[in-house]
Design a protein around this ligand. Structure first.
Ligand SMILES: [Zn+2]
Ligand SMILES: [Zn+2]
Length: 189
């Protein structure tokens, strides 16, 4: 037991502890900001959609389209597989009854920093496997989840459950956050 006490007293252990604590404090501060900005990002998406030629009013919401309903069957989206697609086995691709969800999907792609904006249809950026499209109009964090990395976040459904790396990923991958930074965040990936 005394061995452990020695380890804890060592300056390098204390430094690790301080670093971990610093990361926790930073994450907690960023959390509040990210929650506000991702809601703003959703509002902005809705403004963009409303402005389109066949625009949809911001007051209209949809909770019927699943992520599989919204996505076209394409293994590049990292949800589908080659051959018989399990992802689209029960839920097929279909048009949103409000002409809305596929437009939100398009906007999520557009906001992704690492998408080729000239070839949006083949963008591999957003992690669709993480998100639940039925909640896009109700819970902006489901939009944030499209900008997280693929692993480890499927069952984390709020900002509070998301770790430091996840919060940073949302800030870097979702270009909407760029306007809050003087530096270009592109090289930080
Ligand atoms: Zn599929
Ligand atoms: Zn829909």
């Amino acid at each position: 037991m005394s061995d452990y006490k020695d380890i804890i007293r060592k300056p390098e252990t204390l430094n690790w502890f301080k670093a971990a604590l610093g990361m926790k404090i930073t994450r907690d501060c960023l959390l509040d900001i990210v929650k506000v900005v991702i809601k703003e990002c959703y509002d902005n998406i809705r403004i963009e959609i409303e402005k389109q030629r066949d625009g949809v009013l911001r007051s209209i919401v949809c909770n019927t389209c699943s992520t599989a309903n919204v996505l076209h069957c394409n293994p590049e989206n990292k949800c589908c597989n080659h051959g018989k697609c399990v992802f689209h086995k029960t839920d097929k691709t279909k048009k949103c009854p409000y002409n809305l969800c596929h437009k939100i999907c398009e906007q999520i792609v557009k906001q992704h920093r690492f998408c080729n904006h000239n070839r949006l249809e083949s963008c591999k950026g957003p992690t669709w496997i993480n998100t639940d499209a039925t909640l896009w109009c109700y819970d902006p964090w489901q939009i944030a989840k499209c900008y997280l990395s693929k692993d480890g976040y499927t069952d984390k459904n709020s900002a509070e459950e998301t770790d430091f790396a996840g919060i940073i990923n949302v800030i870097i991958n979702c270009e909407y956050f760029q306007k809050y930074f003087k530096d270009d965040l592109t090289p930080f990936n």
